[in-house]
Design a protein around this ligand. Structure first.
Ligand SMILES: Nc1ncnc2c1ncn2[C@@H]1O[C@H](COP(=O)(O)OP(=O)(O)O)[C@@H](O)[C@H]1O
Ligand SMILES: [Mg+2]
Length: 262
């Protein structure tokens, strides 16, 4: 059973909750009427998420930290519950042009945030160091990757992929990056603005980190990868049209491959 620390227990009392199973990271999420408790392994990413949530207050829409504690190797983060509709909801997948417009504006909002005083370093140096740690400690879950990443025609193993990533570093265009810009981490408000959750990789990083994961998430969610409906008419390339940019296929591939190690 969960051994919830006292400082958090006092805030949730006996309020009934439901358990959310949307995330892929193995965290446990308890949803209360207006609060959320995220329980995850005590890791660098869990510490980063807490720091990010605090630094981002007043800069972009993120949950408020209500309490946090570390106990028995776990991190407990009690935060406010985000309102709005998740970007991966059927409604938005059926209104794809609207969804892509909303995501493009959300990305631009992130890019407008000044990062000269941002203490959250998610640069490639840092990401490759974290990837190296994961590879050497066998923490990469090869069952959650694109089928072509490893095996015939792809990389032999995570070590080979890591070496390739080190040898093919793109030039970085640093912006405020969410770090895991995928649809279940984005809540759309009634006015079309976006609130962000799951901030363990949020910080100053290359623009193409978020573009790549957003593009992949639009593709996966439209192709029914998560057991949902298939929307063959949804074209993820629309994202770049809405942003007035050309898709840089090499950078999209690079950051999608980098994410395979997380
Ligand atoms: N503050 C929050 N407000 C509303 N829902 C949340 C909040 N935090 C988490 N959730 C729900 O729990 C899911 C998983 O949480 P998340 O922080 O994304 O963890 P993971 O790292 O497992 O993806 C989210 O996709 C969302 O449905
Ligand atoms: Mg998530």
């Amino acid at each position: 059973m969960l051994n919830i620390p006292e400082c958090i227990k006092t805030q949730i009392n006996d309020v009934p909750c439901t358990c959310d199973d949307i995330g892929l990271s193995g965290s446990t999420i308890l949803l209360f009427p207006d609060k959320v408790l995220k329980i995850q392994e005590h890791s660098e990413e869990a510490v980063h998420e807490l720091r990010a949530m605090e630094w981002l207050q007043g800069r972009i829409a993120v949950p408020k930290v209500l309490a946090h504690a570390y106990a028995e190797g776990k991190s407990y983060l009690l935060m406010s519950k985000m309102k709005g509709r998740m970007a991966c909801s059927e409604y938005y997948l059926e209104h794809f042009r609207l969804l892509v417009e909303i995501l493009a504006r959300a990305l631009e909002k992130l890019w407008e945030v000044p990062i000269s005083d941002c203490p959250l370093d998610c640069s490639l140096d840092q990401k490759l160091r974290a990837a190296e740690f994961r590879v050497t400690h066998n923490l990469v879950d090869c069952s959650l990757v694109e089928p072509e990443t490893f095996g015939p025609g792809g990389f032999q193993n995570p070590q080979e992929l890591l070496q390739w990533l080190k040898d093919h570093r793109p030039e970085e265009e640093p912006v405020l990056s969410h770090g895991d810009f995928c649809l279940p981490n984005l809540f759309v408000q009634e006015d079309g603005s976006v609130s962000f959750i799951d901030l363990g990789r949020c910080g100053a990083a290359d623009k193409w980190q978020d573009l790549a994961l957003c593009f992949r998430s639009l593709r996966w969610n439209s192709q029914g990868e998560y057991g949902g409906k298939i929307y063959p008419e949804n074209d993820p390339l629309l994202l770049f049209k809405k942003l007035g940019m050309e898709p840089d296929r090499e950078k999209l591939r690079y950051y999608t491959l980098l994410d395979e190690l997380f």
